[in-house]
Ligand binder design. Structure first.
Ligand code: NAD
Ligand code: UDX
Length: 460
């Protein structure tokens, strides 16, 4: 039996950080070291003030506070951590390729390969290498080949252990997962990882499969979830022209136990670092096996999501008399969902870009996202110069500063605090007619109309 005493995780991001913190919290006898090349990120994980952790997740400060310094460590010394570990998780980013073959679709595996090569170079004792990153099916084959051909004659076992946490609920998802999935070929290695999770997850929720099923299941889970959002968003457009209400439709269909009620909230479009990237990857894999109908089917989920973001921006322009030039539009929310400071692929970025093309002035307030991040997101698009982005977009630290004097308010993220604002007072301080565009169906339309807002919500 393999007894794991030291775990290393390469990658201290949104997955590596929280996941390893919980593993360390629940396994006080296992030493867990999380390493990253990014010194700033590691410094933030080590910050004495737990409010400065690089990832904002409800409850994460308490978990880190309990385990850090006891059996949880954050470091930039990757070689040392690899050398000492019995088990190494790879939790680095696997973004969509931006160059060469598969550009815009395939997953870029350069960071994964670098990790494998570094492990192969450094390791002097047997290791279990765990894929925590989301990877194309059959990546384990390439990993094994790199490890076996450039290694020091040590034995490597590869496991696939994809992560299903959602941002904003990472800690509760990790504490109480629907399932943990472990794919592998070696029974002993699988059992070693099962034991780590068994410290808090009931055995019947730990599923074991072959490597390829585990790798593929992660892409498929995200594709199914995103497909539900695109499905309800497609219906939201139909509701708007027929007089049906998309929340009522979602409630009615969700009562069917075969459909289920979760993940049926119409929105301005899904964002986040996973859904789009993983579906594009699935589409690419299907096409590479010449399964064109399969690829087209899943690609439609992305196309509909792009349409939903564009449709929301165009609705703002249309309702505001077909011009937003020089008008002040307050954005409430920039994160891709509530309770996270993550903005990757957030719908807000694309809606803003569309309105900026029309020379709108945008004032953004988000409770957790910094001004630097917002400008970085816009600059990254390359649509206009950084100076132009700063001329047209202002970032403020209170909602009042954003809404006062604005022509319109647009809700882009479903932060709870927006529900509790004094909307009558907000309206008083806005230009008339006061427009309110609810991209999250967060507020009560009838009440806002009574207050005097010109109110539009997705799917009503
Ligand atoms: P992230 O970008 O937040 O973190 C990745 C980290 O890896 C970065 O800090 C980067 O500096 C570091 N890194 C890259 N190469 C390195 C190297 N060679 N050595 C040391 N450090 C290195 O990414 P993330 O959101 O944590 O996602 C990681 C993986 O998990 C991805 O494959 C993603 O698809 C998957 N995933 C993400 C989520 C999520 O909610 N974010 C959920 C499930 C799965
Ligand atoms: C997702 C998966 O849920 C998670 O299992 C996986 O590990 C990583 O990808 P995440 O992207 O963090 O998690 O958040 P999620 O809650 O899935 O939301 C993704 C996007 O869909 C957000 O922009 C959210 O606002 C949107 N969404 C979600 C909707 O618009 N409507 C819904 O009903 C649900």
């Amino acid at each position: 039996m393999i007894n794991i005493q030291k775990i290393t995780c390469i990658g201290a991001g949104y997955v590596g950080g929280p996941t390893m913190s919980v593993i360390a919290q629940k396994n006080p006898n296992v030493e867990v070291t999380v390493v990253d090349l990014n010194q700033q990120r590691i410094a933030a994980w080590n910050d004495e003030n737990l409010e400065n952790l690089p990832v904002y997740e409800p409850g994460l400060d308490a978990v880190v506070g309990e385990a850090r310094g006891r059996n949880l460590f954050f470091s930039t010394d990757v070689d040392k951590a690899i050398d000492e570990a019995d088990m190494i998780f790879i939790s680095v980013n696997t973004p969509t390729k931006t160059y060469g073959k598969g550009k815009g679709q395939a997953a870029d595996l350069k960071y994964i390969e670098l990790c494998a090569r570094q492990i192969a170079t450094v390791a002097k004792s047997d290791k279990i290498v765990v894929e925590k990153s989301t990877l194309p099916v059959r990546t384990a084959e390439a990993l094994k080949s790199i490890l076996d051909h450039t290694g020091n004659g040590v034995n490597f076992h590869i496991l696939s252990n994809p992560e299903f946490l959602a941002e904003g609920t990472a800690v509760t998802d990790l504490h109480n997962p629907d399932r943990v999935l472990i794919g592998g070929e070696d029974a002993e290695a699988i059992e070693a990882l099962v034991q780590v999770y068994e410290a808090w997850v009931p055995r019947e929720r730990i599923l074991t499969t072959n490597l390829w099923s585990s790798e593929l299941s992660k892409l498929v889970a995200n594709a199914f979830l995103a497909q539900r959002v695109s499905s309800i968003n497609a219906i939201s457009e139909l509701c708007e022209v027929t007089g049906a209400n998309v929340d009522e439709v979602a409630h009615a269909i969700g009562k069917d136990s075969r459909i289920g009620s979760k993940f049926l909230k119409a929105s301005v479009g899904f964002g986040g670092s996973c859904f789009q990237k993983d579906i594009l990857n699935l589409v690419y894999i299907a096409r590479s096996y010449h399964l064109n109908e399969v690829a087209d089917y899943w690609e439609q989920v992305i196309l509909l999501n792009d349409h939903q973001k564009t449709r929301f921006a165009e609705r703002i322009i249309k309702n505001m008399y077909n011009t937003v030039n020089g008008k002040q539009i307050a954005f409430l929310g920039w994160a891709f969902k509530k309770d996270t400071n993550d903005t990757r692929e957030s719908a807000a970025i694309y809606v803003a870009d569309h309105l900026l093309d029309e020379e709108a002035n945008i004032i953004v307030y988000d409770p957790k996202v910094s001004a630097e991040q917002i400008y970085r997101d816009l600059d990254y698009l390359g649509t206009r110069s950084p100076e132009e982005n700063r001329r047209l977009v202002t970032v403020v630290s209170t909602a009042d500063q954003a809404v006062n004097g604005s022509h319109a308010v647009a809700i882009l993220t479903e932060w709870d605090e927006f529900k509790h604002y004094d909307w009558a007072k907000i309206k008083e301080n806005m230009k008339r007619p006061a427009f309110l565009f609810d991209g999250r169906k967060l507020l009560h339309g009838v009440e806002l109309q009574k207050i005097g807002f010109s109110y539009y919500a997705i799917g009503e």
